[in-house]
Design a protein around this ligand. Structure first.
Ligand SMILES: [Fe+2]
Ligand SMILES: [Fe+2]
Length: 152
């Protein structure tokens, strides 16, 4: 499997999760519920963003630089992570829910940008062999994290 196909498949799961959070958010009743959703989203997203940072940014670095996008790409991952951390810091239920929903909205934009710009760019500039090799690395990473490794 090519890395772009693997990442895209993960995106589909995240889109369902974002839909789920947005539909359930109005029915949430406690700060703890909001925080646990944010924590779940944060830990799932982390593995995905780490893969993109580690496997994707390197081989595509020269292209991002030409587009002036390299820092933006990394910064957006950090910003998503920070916005979810802010949910954990929140003391007020409504504030926390609002922070969670804006993190979801921001993530959607980021995912959309990757699907429209970054993945097609990778398919253009990296050859099939490279894309497949990176896909294998992705699979190894997921196998490790699924077999009760160090986690976090
Ligand atoms: Fe990303
Ligand atoms: Fe992504």
């Amino acid at each position: 499997m090519k890395i772009t196909e693997a990442l895209f498949a993960e995106h589909l799961v995240f889109h369902s999760m974002f839909d789920h959070i947005e539909t359930t958010a109005p029915n949430l009743k406690t700060l703890a519920e909001v925080k646990s959703l944010a924590a779940l989203m944060e830990s799932l997203l982390k593995a995905h963003s780490d893969t993109e940072d580690e496997l994707f940014i390197g081989p595509l670095e020269h292209c991002f630089e030409q587009l002036g996008q390299r820092d933006a790409f990394l910064e957006e991952h950090q910003e998503i992570d920070e916005s979810l951390n802010n949910v954990q810091e929140a003391k007020d239920f409504k504030k926390a829910r609002q922070l969670l929903l804006s993190a979801v909205a921001y993530s959607r934009k980021h995912f959309d940008k990757e699907e429209r710009i970054v993945f097609p760019l990778a398919e253009r500039v990296l050859n099939n062999k490279t894309l497949t090799t990176l896909g294998h690395k992705w699979m190894e990473q997921r196998a490790r994290s699924g077999s009760g490794g160090s986690g976090g």
